[in-house]
Design a protein around this ligand. Structure first.
Ligand code: NAI
Ligand code: 15L
Length: 266
């Protein structure tokens, strides 16, 4: 399926930048937005500076787009004010703009930190209760509920993709279980838009790793089968050398370091 005009928010960030080049052929036009500058625009790319917390700016940003891949916002723990602005108001502004501009389907970059306070021995699926491990994770929980509301009330479909750890390779032992390859993420985005129906569906964004805490049984209808595996990194020296204590909260809980990270005060 070739898309007409796709909006990628957070396009100056890590995943926005990677996906912008991987998805280039997928769309006739790609609109890239961020508060930071996006460089080296290709012929079919357009950059729009936009603060997601600015409702009017987001309204005009979304105009004329037929798909939104929403990566923009604060991507790790931070102050409540910055998360309120970029993630809570930001995602509300985006869904309002989608409603008013007739956008029918959104890829929402949620996070594993929505469920980070589950222990690693617990196998989760889409129906497991949220247990956010941070104000950041809490804001992603808000985003998921927001998407559900916009689906129930206005029929806007969303993929709520609880991304594990999407980096070129796992950075620590935990990421052997949470790693998502760039190739699998690219394929997932395409599958989300190729599906006849999407509804409002939670998908764990994780590759086919030997160890996993997440079961995508309720998203099978989308037809996404991750092909990569963190097994290729298992024997790397930096992962062997890491010291782990089973009673360390960062080892006990799925969210890793986010569960014990400090709580920011404004
Ligand atoms: P990133 O921090 O590199 O990119 C986020 C981008 O959003 C940045 O370029 C930043 O300038 C922009 N942004 C922040 N506040 C904004 C605002 N108020 N208005 C407009 N733009 C704003 O993060 P990354 O790694 O690329 O993640 C992309 C998305 O995926 C984020 O929503 C993150 O929460 C989510 N995610 C990423 C994971 C990963 O493994 N990389 C794991 C789980 C979730
Ligand atoms: C996230 O939600 C963050 O955006 C990313 O930077 C990683 O820390 C990732 O989760 C993770 O859990 O590894």
């Amino acid at each position: 399926v070739k898309m007409k005009r796709v909006l990628i928010t957070g396009a100056a960030g890590h995943l926005g930048n990677v996906m912008r080049s991987r998805l280039n052929d997928w769309a006739t036009e790609i609109r890239l937005s961020d508060i930071a500058k996006v460089d080296d625009l290709k012929a079919n790319e357009q950059y729009v500076h936009c603060d997601l917390g600015d409702a009017d700016a987001v309204m005009s940003l979304v105009e004329g787009c037929d798909a939104i891949v929403h990566f923009g916002g604060v991507s790790t723990e931070n102050t409540f004010d910055s998360i309120l602005h970029g993630n809570i108001k930001g995602s509300y502004n985006l869904y309002e703009a989608a409603r008013k501009n007739g956008v029918k389907r959104i890829f929402f970059a949620s996070s594993n930190h929505v469920i980070g306070f589950h222990e690693r021995e617990t196998l989760l699926d889409a129906h497991s209760p949220m247990r956010p491990d941070s104000v950041y994770g809490l804001s992603k929980g808000f985003g998921e509920l927001l998407a559900q509301y916009y689906y129930d009330k206005f029929g806007i479909e969303s993929a709520l993709v609880r991304i594990g750890s999407c980096f070129p390779k796992p950075r620590n032992r935990r990421m052997l279980s949470t790693w998502l390859s760039e190739g699998d993420l690219t394929d997932l985005i395409k599958k989300v838009y190729a599906a006849d129906r999407l509804g409002c569906t939670v998908i764990y964004g994780v590759s086919d790793n030997p160890s996993t805490w997440w079961d995508n049984r309720y998203a099978k209808f989308i037809g996404w089968t991750p092909k990569d595996s963190s097994a290729v990194f298992e024997n790397e020296a930096y992962l062997q050398e890491e010291q782990t204590d089973p009673n360390d909260p960062a080892v006990r809980f799925q969210g890793g370091l986010f569960v014990s990270a400090g709580h920011y005060e404004d």
